[in-house]
Design a protein around this ligand. Structure first.
Ligand code: FNR
Length: 191
């Protein structure tokens, strides 16, 4: 099973990128082929219908669409900005939603977040569910939000708190099982 694991933070020292890398590693440990990618590498102009009409989709939108199509499922590790989704994450969703076939439809997704705050960015994930579910993505009901994330990672990239690491690992296992059990699994990458 191929899983695209995206970080929604452009920042080099991003806590969400650290969480995305760890999630990808746990997925690989559990038998999936997980590929980490940063949305920064697919930077797109702000969605503008005039650009779309004159030039079509930006190259990076096409490239991200192709990466998504090649995956059976995806993960987004997204920061919470002002209790919602960062603009760059929503902008990428808006561009990609314009393709036909629409690339988010029927894909399974796991949402995770990391924040220095006590809520771990969880409100942002609830906001992120809305456009994805609208587009037909099967967003996994459980989400993983890492609070006080600036103190959470060991040098190895694992979580210092063994209980939290175990919870992330069990969430990953349950998510991969759900995708594998989907009767449409063999066809998912054609969406
Ligand atoms: C934040 N941050 C933040 N954190 C949070 O838990 N809830 C919030 O509503 C916000 N709002 C917010 C708005 C803006 C514009 C910025 C720049 C930051 C803090 C944020 O969680 C923190 O900067 C994280 O470290 C961002 O994630 P990365 O870049 O480390 O992955």
């Amino acid at each position: 099973m191929r899983v695209l694991v995206l970080s929604g933070s452009f920042r080099k020292g991003s806590l969400n990128s650290q969480l995305a890398v760890l999630t990808a590693r746990l997925m690989s440990d559990n038998g999936a082929t997980a590929e980490f990618a940063n949305l920064r590498d697919f930077d797109m102009p702000s969605y503008d219908g005039d650009i779309e009409a004159a030039q079509g989709q930006p190259d990076n939108s096409v490239a991200l669409r192709d990466r998504l199509r090649a995956a059976h499922a995806f993960v987004i590790a997204s920061p919470e900005y002002n209790a919602s989704v960062p603009g760059v994450v929503k902008n990428a969703i808006d561009w990609l939603s314009r393709f036909r076939p629409q690339p988010f439809k029927d894909k399974h997704a796991l949402l995770v977040s990391a924040s220095p705050s006590m809520v771990g960015g969880n409100r942002g994930l609830w906001a992120l569910r809305v456009p994805l579910e609208h587009l037909g993505t099967r967003v996994y009901p459980d989400m993983f939000s890492l609070a006080t994330a600036h103190q959470a990672f060991a040098d190895s990239g694992d979580l210092i708190d063994a209980g939290l690491q175990e919870r992330l690992d069990s969430t990953v296992k349950a998510f991969l099982s759900l995708v594998a059990a989907d009767t449409h699994y063999p066809a998912l990458q054609r969406c």
